[in-house]
Design a protein around this ligand. Structure first.
Ligand code: FE2
Length: 190
């Protein structure tokens, strides 16, 4: 029987399994971008937000073993008493391009999660090099950074481009994501 997790329970788990500030910020940034995308698509904001918040829950326990990434998060959530097949599939599909798991992105939620978690890396890397940080950041200038492959090279551009498989244009996605992260700028120190 599906046993949905609440935001409070999700934040408890985050504190239990993640300690590195940049991973906590990344999780929170991905949450707010997923909430903004859920609003855009008129989807379940709480479910999309929590999926974003928890997508990297296993990053410190896998000890760098990328082949366990995603699967371990679902194991942890199941051990903690949660059974959420939709969230588990989305979390496993976000590592599709690593090539270890045969779980493909197919739904809006899954394409959004992979694009959202990558765009947070692009936005924060760009903010760190701007004197104004996030303030006044424009989608058009972020797009220039997106096109220069050497900038934030660990950001998967293909997964960001795939946002268009949901019907949302990349530029509008950048606007939605920038605004969502600007709203928590004091929380993440940017
Ligand atoms: Fe991530």
């Amino acid at each position: 029987m599906e046993n949905q997790i609440t935001l409070e329970e999700a934040n408890e788990l985050l504190k239990k399994y993640l300690h590195e500030p940049h991973l906590l910020h990344h999780s929170r940034e991905t949450e707010v971008v997923m909430r903004a995308l859920a609003q855009h698509f008129k989807e379940d904001e709480e479910f999309w937000g929590i999926t974003g918040l928890l997508h990297d829950l296993d990053m410190e326990v896998i000890g760098g073993k990328a082949e366990n990434h995603g699967t371990k998060t679902c194991e942890i959530l199941a051990e903690e008493g949660f059974d959420m097949p939709g969230m588990f599939k989305a979390i496993k599909s976000h590592v599709e391009t690593l090539g270890f798991l045969d779980v493909k992105r197919e739904t809006k939620l899954e394409y959004c999660l992979s694009a959202a978690e990558n765009v947070t890396g692009l936005i924060t890397a760009y903010a760190l090099m701007r004197p104004e940080k996030l303030e006044g950041m424009k989608a058009s200038s972020l797009n220039k950074k997106f096109k220069s492959k050497a900038f934030a090279a660990n950001v998967d551009r293909e997964l960001i481009n795939d946002i268009e498989k949901t019907g949302l244009q990349k530029n509008e996605f950048f606007e939605i994501a920038i605004k969502a992260i600007q709203n928590i700028s004091s929380e993440i120190g940017l």
